[in-house]
Design a protein around this ligand. Structure first.
Ligand code: ADP
Ligand code: G6P
Length: 482
């Protein structure tokens, strides 16, 4: 393996010190290079960025993360300011990308933490790379954090950072939040480096999860595997230090998205989208990163069967599936793309007509105004992950339905199902159940749909991303009543 940072590279100029530092694998913007060599920044994919961006703008902190490009040359990226955020890019070499990001993060941890929907692969070289990159992130955070600063570390790619950072800077207040599920003992125990990961997380003062069950899994594991005493929401370490663990369900900036959805140009674009797909009576919508955890194939199969059986016709209902390109060099993701695209081809081959597909499939990334128009154009949002930490798409759909219209079909296995109880909850493995839910959503009484949407909107208005961040940060700061 190539060491992450070559010793002869020029040193970064001393960074500005911050009282609040976020450390995440990704920066909120991704660096891309056009064929003519022009370098551009665009929004990074995924729920972590969606949730953290408004928090960072409000807190004026520094954000340490990878810029999305791999760099084997000498070119270094300097810290820069973007949309009110101070961003500190971390360099990854192509070996790091392969072994730390695509390998250990997305070939080992991602499938292991998502119910082993795909087989996790265990490679010692990947673990070594994960350790080294985590060390580099920890060193960068130690350099940027002011005396006594709050450092908030995010997600499965950086689980060793809390322990490493505490060793470098015991003066810091360290929080960790896991955006994805945390597995039960039966799955976690397979990980050859399970104790190191637990110790890594225990470097934090507060470890946050999406669901209470995940926090309970974590505390149980620290007791069983490391022998720590646990009491209610805390683990007591050998030196007496207390680490707290709890559930902090993440959310979205509802007001911001609703404002975009209400714009006349968004409504006009939503109408245009409906016209372009042939003005069916009902539009089903799926918006996901193209990931095997999202249950995209299952929902298309259910729709296909309904068309095959004549329960639905393409005039009555079409399916619009947006799939954001994701982790495209990882084998499982390549295979998934082939499977999904084959299935879409079958549906359209069997039920489309000239100029009138039964399904529209877009493998692309979109700006938020276009996403809001899509959410407005839909009648039924179909969110059927096989396992998902939260799923912000479900919440975004609700944020855009300011007129209380529309139906949400939601998997029981998404964290969001704990909160959005009025959604049509489904088991995505049950194709017949999915079919029933699709039909039910198409035939629902408007008054019934509106009652449910209103209740979910009320809940979300109170539980937005600010509340998520404030609750976590106040608990981290140790407010005694929390
Ligand atoms: P995950 O974090 O696993 O990707 P989430 O549903 O929690 O899943 O978050 C996905 C985020 O990515 C949402 O904020 C959603 O709006 C955004 N997103 C999904 N698809 C696209 C797309 N095609 N273009 C731009 N943003 C997208
Ligand atoms: C999920 C993960 C994030 C990740 C995002 C996009 O939301 O929890 O940590 O950033 O997916 O995935 P990517 O691999 O492109 O960063």
């Amino acid at each position: 393996m190539t060491p992450g940072v070559a010793p002869d590279k020029p040193k970064r100029r001393p960074a500005m010190k911050s009282a609040f530092v976020v450390v995440a694998n990704r920066l909120p913007v991704d660096q891309t290079t056009d064929p003519d060599g022009t370098v551009r920044w665009r929004r990074s994919p995924g729920g972590l960025v969606t949730a953290l961006e408004p928090v960072m703008r409000a807190n004026k902190g520094a954000w340490i993360g990878w810029s999305g490009s791999s760099d084997d040359g000498d070119e270094r990226q300097e810290p820069f300011d973007e949309a009110g955020m101070h961003l500190i890019p971390m360099q990854l070499t192509s070996d790091d990308v392969e072994e730390y990001y695509e390998g250990f993060s997305n070939g080992t941890l991602w499938p292991l933490y998502h119910d082993v929907i795909a087989q996790p692969v265990f490679h010692r070289e990947w673990w070594d790379a994960y350790t080294k990159v985590n060390e580099r992130f920890a060193r960068a955070a130690a350099e940027v954090a002011d005396e006594g600063a709050v450092v908030w570390v995010h997600d499965y790619q950086l689980q060793l950072v809390p322990e490493m950072l505490r060793a470098l800077r015991p003066d810091l207040r360290i929080g960790f939040f896991l955006h994805i599920p945390f597995p039960p003992n039966e799955l976690f125990a397979r990980l050859p480096w399970r104790r190191q990961i637990l110790r890594g997380l225990l470097g934090a003062d507060l470890v946050g999860f999406q669901r209470p069950g995940a926090a309970a899994n974590f505390l149980r594991l620290t007791r069983r595997m490391l022998g720590h005493q646990t009491q209610a929401d805390r683990a007591i370490l050998a030196d007496g230090r207390i680490v707290r663990a709890g559930a902090f369900p993440i959310s979205i900036d509802m007001a911001e998205l609703e404002e975009i959805a209400r714009r006349p140009e968004t409504e006009a674009r939503a109408q245009e989208i409906r016209d372009e797909i042939g003005n069916p009576d009902k539009v089903f919508l799926g918006i996901d990163r193209l990931d095997y955890t999202k249950g995209i194939g299952e929902r298309i199969k259910a729709f296909f069967e309904l068309l095959n059986e004549g329960e639905l016709s393409p005039e009555e209902a079409t399916f619009l599936q947006v799939a954001t390109p994701s982790r495209e060099r990882v084998e499982e993701y390549k295979a998934l793309r082939n499977d999904v695209e084959l299935l879409v081809g079958r549906v359209n081959g069997a039920h489309g007509r000239i100029g009138r597909p039964a399904m529209t499939y877009l493998h692309n990334s979109f700006v938020r105004t276009e996403l809001a128009a899509l959410y407005r154009a839909a009648d039924v949002m179909v969110v059927t992950p096989l396992r998902d930490g939260m799923n912000l798409v479900a919440k975004e759909f609700i944020a855009c339905r300011y007129d209380n219209t529309g139906t949400l079909i939601l998997s029981e296995f998404a964290g969001a199902a704990d909160e959005l109880r009025q959604a049509l909850l489904v088991n995505p493995y049950d194709v017949d159940g999915l079919k029933q839910a699709l039909l039910q959503a198409v035939r629902v009484e408007p008054r019934e749909a509106s009652r449910k949407m209103r209740a979910m909107r009320r809940y979300l208005a109170e539980h937005d991303v600010d509340r998520w961040a404030n609750t976590f940060l106040e608990k981290l700061a140790g407010r005694p009543e929390l």
